[in-house]
Ligand binder design. Structure first.
Ligand code: SF4
Ligand code: SF4
Length: 132
């Protein structure tokens, strides 16, 4: 992947929010499962992070994606624009930088997500939606 300016790199994020879904990892096999639970800082109406500048400090598990760590993180959603760019060398057809329009809702997290603030830890498994 070529070098990007910080601004270009940020613009690749289509703000789909898929990486803000809480993931559970099987302690034995290591499998990663996505849930329909979102990070407490995710605003499910605007589909955006409410603490973007401080996200890595407030949420230690919220990794800042870089061209260097992208291929080392196994839980990145397949639909993540960075992941697609890394795998295919180009942005997907639906990306706002390609279409010139806001992201189509169907690529963003569902409206039916629940904040982690309202889910007890012991109930999280009931919210699994798919295996990564
Ligand atoms: S999954 Fe990728 S494109 Fe979507 S919000 Fe997260 S970093 Fe941005
Ligand atoms: S801190 Fe922000 S970017 Fe990170 S997981 Fe939470 S909502 Fe998403």
């Amino acid at each position: 992947m070529r070098d990007f300016t910080p601004q270009e790199w940020e613009s690749i994020c289509c703000r789909c929010g898929q990486c803000c879904l809480i993931k559970l990892q099987d302690e034995t096999g290591g499998e990663v499962y996505y849930t329909d639970i979102v990070c407490r800082y995710f605003d499910s109406v605007s589909k955006s992070c409410t603490c973007y500048a401080e996200r890595c400090m407030l949420v230690p598990s919220c990794l800042k994606l870089t061209a260097q760590n992208l291929n080392k993180i196994d839980w990145i959603p397949d639909s993540c624009a960075y992941n697609i760019l890394f795998r295919t060398g180009k942005l997907p057809d639906w990306h706002p930088l390609v279409t010139g329009k806001p992201l189509d809702k169907k690529y963003a997290v569902s409206d039916n997500v629940v904040s982690e603030q309202f889910v007890k830890e012991e109930d999280m498994e009931d919210h699994i939606i798919e295996e990564k």
